[in-house]
Design a protein around this ligand. Structure first.
Ligand SMILES: O=C(CO)[C@@H](O)[C@H](O)COP(=O)(O)O
Ligand SMILES: [Fe+2]
Length: 230
């Protein structure tokens, strides 16, 4: 177990919601205790799927004050920084694999007053992102191949989380893909993740509030420096 003192935050991914009712579906998870909302932006090029762009996020912003974590699965993230900031994005999480000049992109995001996240795909080693840690707010370790919700959790990504947590005890580390109540969240929590994206497990649940609570309990039990009670 790798302990840390980072705040636990749960961010449902609206990709698993009924996206024809995005405003009410966002509100539904906020009411259920979500700390932020994870919005998956896919361009059909960086990943083989298309979801939403800045116009949709701008409309959603009119209905929600939630913190919007924009997971930018796009080939040219630089192209979308201004539009996403204008649309009301709070955090711009780009993929390390998508840009030739991460530092320039980080400066561009900061200039628009957004927080910065950097994501790594399953085949990208944790070491490759270390030099960016002092310059970003969060590292996202993908626990599925980006592109689709509802995939199987990749447990073999946990050593990457553990490696980063050991080196950076105070950094926000997010996991995304296939995370739900039970073995998957427990593995993430024990490895040291403190920001938890959960799509299907929250939106498909009969009681999303109970799921969010249990995800949080796992992080607080295993990750936040407390000994397990059972
Ligand atoms: O970025 C992605 C997929 O590319 C994720 O945000 C998924 O949307 C999470 O959904 P579940 O795996 O939890 O259903
Ligand atoms: Fe995502």
């Amino acid at each position: 177990m790798v302990f840390h003192k980072c705040n636990c935050r749960i961010g449902p991914s609206v990709l698993a919601s009924d996206m024809s009712c995005l405003a009410s579906e966002t509100q539904r998870v906020v009411d259920a205790g979500a700390d932020y909302v994870h919005l998956d932006v896919m361009d059909g090029h960086f990943v083989p799927n298309i979801t939403m762009g800045a116009p949709v996020i701008k409309c959603l912003r009119k209905h929600s004050k939630a913190f919007f974590d924009l997971h930018m699965m796009v080939s040219k993230p630089e192209q979308w920084v201004d539009d996403m900031a204008d649309a009301g994005g709070d955090q711009f999480t780009f993929h390390l694999e998508s840009t030739a000049d991460p530092m320039a992109l980080i400066r561009q995001i900061r200039a628009k007053n957004m927080k910065v996240g950097v994501a790594i795909k399953p085949n990208t080693p944790a070491e490759s992102v270390e030099y960016l840690v002092p310059h970003v707010d969060m590292v996202l370790v993908m626990t599925v191949e980006p592109g689709f919700g509802g995939q199987k959790f990749m447990a073999h990504m946990m050593p990457k989380v553990e490696h980063l947590r050991t080196k950076f005890p105070e950094m926000d580390i997010e996991v995304d893909g296939g995370v739900g109540v039970g073995a998957t969240i427990d593995a993430c929590a024990k490895a040291g993740a403190n920001m938890i994206v959960a799509g299907s497990s929250v939106y498909n649940a009969a009681d999303p509030a109970a799921v969010i609570r249990q995800l949080r309990e796992s992080v607080e039990r295993y990750g936040n420096g407390k000994e397990p009670t059972a």
